[in-house]
Design a protein around this ligand. Structure first.
Ligand SMILES: Nc1ncnc2c1ncn2[C@@H]1O[C@H](COP(=O)(O)OP(=O)(O)OP(=O)(O)O)[C@@H](O)[C@H]1O
Ligand SMILES: [Mg+2]
Length: 343
């Protein structure tokens, strides 16, 4: 039997974690490119605040079983996009689906129940509750059925026991088990981030969206935190995470999506991103202080010389500007050894 040339795993089998990378390897580095096995599909999502367009995403697909890094300068719209996709905010326009099911207009509880959870840029661990209470509250939040269940005592107790066991399992995994009875308020910033991630996992999600999980985490905890993010992929989850440090993005992501001023301006494998001119411009500002290109320099010079010539009454046909300009071009090229210095 001939080998299947397609890198795409059969649709009826969940893509094993690292296969995500292979599946994405041959895709064109194009904004909106279709993924072989998308878990999330976003279409025409916009959100404005007054006159400001915070998010305007035409089309985005997030590959199942992979880690997608979402990057972009401050104010690019990353958190707003997370808020929209997880039901914490409502868009002006647009639709998005998880596994083909529309998530639009659903509350965060319902989105979570369908398998899509998120953590926050600023942690939302409740300081006056213990670590364990935070975890159990997370389970309630995400189930969204606590009130109904509470009316049926047997069910509720069984559920609570299961939740407590699950919470202990996760706290052990995140090395927070010894702190289960401590108030969340006395945890370090890093431990709170871990608690938030652990809490998000209480509902066995399929997609986990992490908004700057490393923010406020001291370097000693960073490695273990990134290890936990990679473990999510090993467990078959789809991860989208916001991160500013390009070294971390390169280390951890299978695919990178770049936002600027609300739009997606680039997507591709991590190594493609730092070479992308639009991305460099977005981070540095489109009109940063880079030297003019040869062409720009020649044009500016020619315009200036033409203006001087006009003022001095030199006829434009036999323009000294042209002569000067071409001489200048020649010397410029030879000085730079003919190399194109275009950014
Ligand atoms: N509730 C709001 N009301 C008004 N403007 C808002 C609101 N939320 C976000 N914005 C604006 O929308 C834009 C996008 O903000 P957002 O927080 O999504 O950016 P971000 O990419 O997450 O930035 P950062 O990297 O700083 O976290 C910003 O200009 C922000 O000021
Ligand atoms: Mg943000």
């Amino acid at each position: 039997m001939p080998a299947d040339p397609s890198p795409v795993p059969p649709a009826d089998r969940p893509a094993p974690a690292r296969l995500a990378q292979a599946a994405l390897a041959d895709l064109p580095w194009q904004v909106g490119v279709a993924k072989p096995d998308p878990a999330l599909v976003v279409d025409g999502v916009t959100r404005t605040f007054g006159g400001l367009t915070a998010v305007s995403v035409d089309h985005l697909e997030i590959q199942r079983g992979g880690i997608t890094g979402l990057i972009g300068p401050n104010g690019a719209g990353k958190t707003t996009l997370f808020n929209l996709l997880t039901g914490f905010d409502q868009p002006d326009t647009g639709t998005w689906t998880f596994d083909g099911q529309s998530l639009g207009k659903l509350s965060p509880h319902k989105v979570a129940r369908l398998g899509v959870v998120r953590t926050f840029q600023l942690t939302k661990a409740l300081s006056r509750l213990t670590v364990m209470q935070n975890m159990l509250l997370g389970a309630q939040d995400q189930n969204g059925e606590s009130f109904l269940k509470a009316l049926v005592p047997g069910t509720w107790r069984r559920q609570e026991t299961a939740n407590t066991e699950r919470a202990m399992e996760l706290l052990t995994r995140f090395k927070l088990d010894a702190k289960k009875d401590d108030f969340a308020g006395i945890l370090s910033g890093g431990q709170r981030k871990l608690l938030e991630m652990a809490r998000a996992l209480m509902s066995d999600p399929k997609v986990v969206m992490l908004d700057e999980p490393r923010a406020g985490v001291n370097p000693a905890l960073t490695q273990s935190l990134l290890g936990h993010v990679k473990d999510l992929r090993e467990d078959g989850m789809t991860v989208v995470f916001v991160e500013h440090d390009m070294d971390v993005v390169r280390d951890i992501s299978d695919w990178v999506v770049v936002m600027a001023a609300g739009k997606i301006i680039a997507e591709g494998p991590p190594e493609s991103i730092s070479q992308n001119k639009d991305v460099v411009d977005a981070y540095l500002g489109a009109h940063h202080d880079a030297p003019l290109t040869n062409e720009e320099e020649d044009r500016v010079l020619a315009e200036a010389e033409a203006a001087i010539a006009r003022e001095e009454g030199v006829p434009t046909g036999a323009s000294p500007a042209e002569t000067l300009s071409s001489e200048r071009t020649g010397s410029h090229r030879s000085a730079t050894d003919g190399t194109d210095t275009t950014r």
